[in-house]
Design a protein around this ligand. Structure first.
Ligand code: SAH
Ligand code: SF4
Length: 360
């Protein structure tokens, strides 16, 4: 079976070239043509021998997706639906810039997926309802970026792993993708302009710190203590609160990169004065900013039990929560709900059609 060339690191491509009797230096030429030249077929690589071009065609696929569909929101958000070669499907979301200052106005952020589905089944998340299908390959992760740039004819400036799946449970492929995307010679995305969002896979947060990948880390905290967190996120049973916080402290000590806490506000559950007190204490242990996320309801997945009782906190409550955090000296922001009308907001990526199929 043909391999996907973008799954290879440059060292692996060099090894392949040596195995077919070619010099190592051609790996750089080929990488350059794929990621900078954006060739459509291996035949377009004019600076390598014809026989090698032919060999690449025989041994490798260049693109990961069978098809791409888009959906446009009235607020400028675009959702991309990619069909993978095994028939699975994933989504990425191009988020319009929310800022007005010069420096940030040209920001173009793509929210990418790391897995088809997700095994962790957080009570509030539509992706979790799809269950886990499989890890995405590095090629499938990088191709989300390349396909969106090709279609929109604009370069992306920021990447967030906040689409479908838990990136730290697909560590090796995410790492390869990050290495390709931040390779200085390819100039795809600048270092630290990639954010990995995790639901809290403690051992992999430690590994991320040790590997010193050039990314930023966001932790989906959502509760300032173990018991409530466990109700919201069953994976907290395995990766317990205290050890998790220790792991982000370790991450900061090693990388000197501040962490973001993601915090969805649920009415009457985690939006109380005592939650502010606990959250403020935590945010002082590690240099952190807190992103307050409005809860995007996922009625289309027909939640039951605890999940069915989850309600979004009101706008006024979110503002109050933010002000109280600021009073306590905690940097805090309120995230918008870009793409709500096309189910492209945080946590809504679940391919509505697939949810309907599962429930039939
Ligand atoms: N698995 C990773 C990354 C994908 S989820 C993680 O959990 O961090 C990306 C973000 O969307 C997370 O912060 C997640 O908590 C949030 N999210 C999930 N469902 C949501 C919903 N219904 N409303 C608002 N945010 C949601
Ligand atoms: Fe998976 Fe993240 Fe959704 Fe939880 S919030 S189910 S970890 S994608």
């Amino acid at each position: 079976m043909k391999k996907y060339i973008k799954n290879l690191t440059i060292t692996e491509l060099q090894e392949y070239l040596v195995s077919v009797g070619q010099p190592k230096y051609r790996a750089k030429q080929i990488f350059h043509e794929i990621f900078v030249g954006r060739i459509n077929t291996f035949d377009e690589i004019s600076n390598i021998p014809k026989a090698l071009r032919q060999k690449l065609i025989e041994d490798f696929n260049l693109f990961s997706f069978k098809s791409t569909r888009t959906q446009h929101s009235s607020d400028g958000t675009i959702k991309f639906l990619f069909e993978l070669n095994d028939g699975s499907a994933i989504e990425s979301v191009l988020i319009p810039c929310e800022y007005t200052d010069e420096d940030k106005r040209n920001r173009r952020t793509l929210c990418v997926s790391s897995q088809a589905g997700c095994a962790l089944d957080c009570s509030f998340c539509a992706t979790g309802k799809l269950k886990f299908k499989r890890n995405l390959t590095a090629s499938e992760i990088v191709d989300q970026v390349l396909a969106v740039e090709k279609q929109t004819r604009h370069k992306l400036t920021n990447i967030v792993f906040m689409g479908m799946g838990e990136p730290l449970l697909n560590y090796d492929n995410v790492k390869t993708a990050v290495e390709i995307l931040t390779n200085p010679e390819l100039q795809l995305i600048k270092k630290r302009k990639i954010t990995i969002s995790t639901s809290g896979v403690t051992p992999k947060i430690i590994k991320l710190a040790d590997d010193n990948l050039p990314v930023k880390l966001a932790l989906s905290l959502h509760a300032p203590e173990q018991e409530l967190r466990k109700q919201l996120m069953p994976s907290a049973e395995k990766w317990k609160f205290d050890k998790l916080i220790e792991s982000v402290e370790y991450y900061y000590k090693k990388t000197k990169t501040p962490i973001t806490f993601e915090y969805i506000l649920f009415e009457g559950l985690n939006d109380r004065a005592e939650d502010i007190k606990r959250l403020s204490k935590l945010a002082k242990r590690v240099p952190t900013k807190v992103n307050l996320i409005p809860f995007h309801t996922i009625e289309f997945t027909h939640p039951t039990g605890f999940a069915a009782g989850l309600k979004p906190a009101s706008k006024g409550k979110i503002q109050w929560f933010r002000m109280e955090l600021l009073k306590n000296g905690v940097q805090s922001f309120q995230r918008t709900s870009s793409g709500l009308d096309i189910d492209a907001a945080c946590g809504q990526l679940a391919l509505k059609s697939q949810v309907q199929i599962i429930q039939q």
